[in-house]
Design a binder for this molecule. Structure first.
Ligand SMILES: Nc1nc2c(ncn2[C@@H]2O[C@H](COP(=O)(O)OP(=O)(O)OP(=O)(O)O)[C@@H](O)[C@H]2O)c(=O)[nH]1
Ligand SMILES: [Mg+2]
Length: 327
């Protein structure tokens, strides 16, 4: 039997008390496309908004299999065990058709984090559009903050647009790389390198260590050719191993040093403000589209107009104008 529906007040109380079950259900609400769920979700978010914004949000990207989840397990453990932080791990994977399978995948790659009471691990909502998944993850981030999580990792698989979306959600963006694999093999576009606040060459252990050191020099040289990062800070290239733990404390120290400098310079607040405005603009576009396609006149004429556009009988602009005039 499904759990009885919580009231907005019960959601808010449970969230602020840091109850994991309530946090989980609030995120499910944020992922829902049902109007009633959306309305309740918005009410809850608005109520907890003053308690959000205080975490350090860190995006982690890299090609499939580069070691993101294992890295998060190891770095997360350092952050929780050594520094006593309350961590949340979210994932953005719009291509994910795995449903329950991805839950299993993430939890088996992160056994220590998944079992720890101070850590909340949430896989990507399955099979949605990138816009839908991004919106749900933004809201999940705020809900985790309201529940007291002060460090949030967002894992995204670096194969398409999702890393741009995640870059727009986080304070620090970390790109994981493999030594020995060419940039083409890693699907690396220059734009992704330009978004990174730090690069980590992963799996720098065993037979891979020497290659990792060489790759570090190559990437440092490549970064010199880039324009300075908007943060004004140097983008370091780190060597890490999730297996031996090498480089993980240094990686965390890099994140904290960056955040302290960005706070002092005002860049941290500026980046957050820009992200909030982007969020607002996305919300306006989504609401306008929903309103437009929801109109009876548009619904009635849409099939014919689409057919005329596809057949080249009507320009897309004229078609849009015609429908915008429909009630
Ligand atoms: N030697 C070594 N192996 C590693 C390390 N980190 C991860 N691996 C292995 O690399 C494989 C992929 O690791 P994952 O953490 O699942 O990679 P991922 O990037 O999260 O993969 P997706 O979520 O599928 O995109 C696993 O077999 C890991 O055991 C490391 O630091 N050293
Ligand atoms: Mg993973």
């Amino acid at each position: 039997m499904p759990a009885p529906r919580l009231s907005a007040a019960a959601f808010v109380e449970g969230l602020l008390a840091g109850q994991r079950g309530v946090l989980s259900r609030a995120i499910t609400l944020a992922e829902s496309t049902l109007p009633a769920d959306r309305a309740l979700g918005q009410e809850v978010l608005q109520a907890v908004l003053p308690r959000t914004g205080r975490s350090l949000r860190i995006g982690i990207t890299g090609v499939p299999g580069v070691g993101k989840s294992t890295f998060i397990e190891a770095l997360g453990r350092h952050v929780v065990e050594t520094l006593g932080k309350k961590l949340a791990v979210l994932a953005v994977d719009p291509s994910s058709q795995r449903g329950g399978g991805s839950i299993l995948g993430d939890k088996t790659r992160m056994p220590w984090l998944s079992a720890h009471p101070a850590v909340f691990v949430r896989p990507s909502p399955a099979g949605g559009s990138l816009g839908g998944v991004t919106r749900a993850t933004r809201e999940a981030l705020l809900l985790c903050e309201a529940a007291g999580h002060d460090v949030i990792f967002v894992e995204t698989v670096g194969v398409g647009q999702s890393e741009t979306a995640v870059h727009g959600l986080v304070d620090f963006f970390l790109l994981l790389l493999l030594a020995g694999a060419g940039d083409e093999l890693q699907g690396l576009k220059r734009g992704i390198m330009e978004m990174a606040d730090a690069l980590c060459i992963t799996k720098a252990d065993q037979a891979n260590e020497l290659a990792a050191r060489r790759a570090r020099i190559d990437y440092q040289n490549a970064l010199h050719l880039f324009p300075p990062a908007p943060s004004g800070q140097v983008v370091p290239v780190l060597l890490t191993s999730a297996v031996t733990g090498a480089g993980l404390p240094e990686t965390w120290a890099t994140v904290e040093t960056y955040a302290a400098a960005a706070r002092a310079s005002g860049y941290f607040a500026q980046r957050r403000a820009e992200q909030q405005l982007q969020w607002f603009e996305d919300a306006v576009q989504q609401a306008l589209a929903a309103q437009f396609y929801g109109r009876a006149g548009v619904r009635g004429a849409l099939a014919d107009v689409r057919a005329a556009v596809a057949a080249g009988q009507l320009t897309p602009w004229a078609a849009a104008e015609r429908l915008l005039g429909a009630e």
